[in-house]
Design a protein around this ligand. Structure first.
Ligand SMILES: [Zn+2]
Length: 425
C-alpha cells in the first residue's frame, strides 16, 4: 500500500528543523520512503494537501486515557481532597469495559487533535489496549502499580502478562509504578528488575508536588530523584512524569542516566502543583517531552494547547521571551516525545520512520496572516485545525470524520459507562 501526499508545507521536526515549502511525501506499508521537494510517484492513494502543513503526529508522553469519563467531575478542589473524595471512589467502580469506553472516547479526542502516539498509566489496561487496537493508535501502556508485598507483586505480574500478550510494533508495554509515595522501595526495585528482564522501560510520576519533595527529604534524606536513582530506577528507558520540583542536581542525575521527563503544564497548573523547570532541564541535556495528563486534571486532550502553555510558562517564569521557542516546543511534542518513549521510529518525517503524521489546515481566520507557520502551530493553532491524522500510513481521521470507529457508538458507550461510575449530571 503506497500513500503519496503532495502540495504540503512539510515541517519535518528533524534536528535541523528542516521545512519544505512545497513538499511531497511517499509512504509504503506504513513507513516513509521519501520526503522532499515536489515529486511524482505511483501510489495506491494520493492526498492533495492543498498547501496544508504536514508534520509528525504529536506524541502525548503522559496521560491516563481511561479517566476520560471523569472530565469535569471534580474540578476546582484541592489535590488531596480531589484524589481521596472524588477520584478514588469513582475508580473503585471501574472495570475493563468502562476503561475501554472511556479510553476510546479519549482516543477520538486525541486523533482529532493530531495525537498519534500516547504513553498511558492506568488500571484495567486491557480496555485501553483494545481501544487503541480498534482505533489504530500507537500506545505505550503501563498498568499502574501501587502497593507493597503481594499487592505490588500481583500488579507487576499483570504487567508481565500484558507484555507477553500485547508487546508489538504499535503497542509497547512498560512497568508503571505510580510514584515513590505509593510504591515502597521493595516494589520499585522489583519493577526495575522485571523491566530489565523484559527489556522494557519504567513510567513513573516524579516530584509532582512540593509535598512529595519535602516528604521524601524528611523520610529518606534525599530528593525524590536521588531516592529513585539509589533504587536503580533511572535509565535511558525511564519516563518521569511532571518533575515540577526538580533541583539542578536532580537534573544532572537525570541527564547522566539518560532518563526523560514528560512535562504536563496544564495539569500542574490545575492541581496547583507548580511549574516545571523545563528550560533548566533542557539546558542540562534532559529530553523533555510533553504530556496532557488525564482529563480529570486537564479537561482536554489537546497537545496544541499544551504546547502554547508550555512555551508561555517558561517565558513567564524565566522572565525571558527566549526561554522556550516555538521550534523547540514542536520538537518536545514530536521528536523529543519519540526519544522519551525510547522510539527512534516515530516523531520525525524522514525515510525509514513510521508514517505517523498529520495535516494541519492553517487557513483559518485565527491564523491569518501567516508570517511564520511554525510560530502559528504553537501559538495560534486549535485542535479543530487538524484536517487529517495518519497512523502507520492509514488515515484514521479526515475532515471531522473518524475512519476506524463509529463516533456515535463511541459516544453512546461512553454515556452508558459514565452513568455506571458517576451517575447523572
Ligand atoms: Zn499522571
Amino acid at each position: 500500500m503506497k500513500l503519496l501526499i503532495q502540495n504540503a508545507y512539510i515541517v519535518t521536526a528533524d534536528e535541523k528543523n528542516t521545512v519544505i515549502p512545497d513538499g511531497s511525501l511517499l509512504a509504503e506499508d506504513g513507513v516513509i520512503v521519501r520526503v522532499g521537494e515536489h515529486f511524482e510517484a505511483e501510489a495506491d492513494k494520493m492526498l492533495d494537501a492543498g498547501g496544508m502543513t504536514l508534520m509528525p503526529g504529536l506524541i502525548n508522553a503522559h496521560t491516563h486515557i481511561g479517566m476520560t469519563l471523569m472530565r469535569g467531575a471534580a474540578d476546582d478542589v484541592e489535590l488531596h481532597h480531589w484524589l481521596n473524595d472524588h477520584i478514588f471512589p469513582i475508580e473503585d467502580r471501574l472495570d475493563t469495559e468502562v476503561v475501554y469506553a472511556s479510553s476510546l472516547l479519549g482516543m477520538c479526542e486525541m486523533i482529532a487533535g493530531g495525537v498519534t502516539t500516547f504513553a498511558d498509566m492506568y488500571f484495567f489496561s486491557e480496555g485501553t489496549i483494545r481501544a487503541a487496537q480498534e482505533i489504530g493508535m500507537r500506545a505505550d501502556i503501563g498498568r499502574c502499580i501501587v502497593g507493597d508485598g503481594e499487592e505490588g507483586q500481583k500488579r507487576i505480574d499483570e504487567t508481565v502478562e500484558l507484555f507477553r500478550r500485547y508487546q508489538s510494533d504499535r503497542i509497547h508495554v512498560r512497568l508503571a509504578p505510580h510514584a515513590i509515595y505509593s510504591c515502597p522501595a521493595e516494589t520499585l526495585k522489583k519493577c526495575v528488575s522485571v523491566s530489565g528482564k523484559l527489556g522494557t522501560g519504567l513510567h513513573i510520576h516524579l516530584d509532582e508536588t512540593k509535598k512529595e519533595h519535602e516528604d521524601c527529604l524528611r523520610e529518606h534524606g534525599v530528593t525524590p530523584t536521588a531516592y529513585l536513582h539509589s533504587l536503580g530506577c533511572l535509565s535511558r528507558q525511564t519516563l518521569l512524569a511532571h518533575g515540577v520540583w526538580l533541583t539542578e542536581e536532580d537534573a544532572d542525575v537525570i541527564a547522566e542516566t539518560g532518563a526523560a521527563a514528560a512535562h504536563c503544564p496544564t495539569s500542574n497548573l490545575k492541581l496547583a502543583s507548580g511549574i516545571a523547570p523545563v528550560r533548566m532541564l533542557r539546558e542540562k541535556g534532559v529530553t523533555v517531552a510533553l504530556g496532557s495528563d488525564g482529563v480529570a486534571s486537564n479537561n482536554r486532550q489537546s497537545l496544541f494547547r499544551d504546547m502554547t502553555l508550555a512555551a508561555l510558562l517558561q517565558k513567564g517564569v524565566c522572565l525571558d521571551a527566549t526561554a522556550l521557542n516555538a521550534r523547540e516546543t514542536i520538537r518536545m511534542a514530536t521528536a523529543d516525545g519519540a526519544r522519551a518513549l525510547g522510539r527512534d521510529d516515530i516523531g520525525v518525517l524522514a525515510p525509514g520512520r513510521k508514517a505517523d503524521m498529520i495535516l494541519v489546515d492553517q487557513s483559518g481566520i485565527h491564523q491569518q496572516p501567516i508570517n511564520d507557520r511554525i510560530s502559528n502551530l504553537v501559538y495560534a493553532t486549535e485542535n479543530t485545525d487538524v484536517a487529517v491524522t495518519i497512523i502507520d500510513g492509514r488515515i484514521v481521521f479526515e475532515k471531522g470524520e473518524y475512519r476506524t470507529v463509529d463516533a456515535e457508538r463511541v459516544l453512546a458507550q461512553a454515556e452508558t459507562a459514565r452513568d455506571r461510575i458517576i451517575g447523572g449530571a
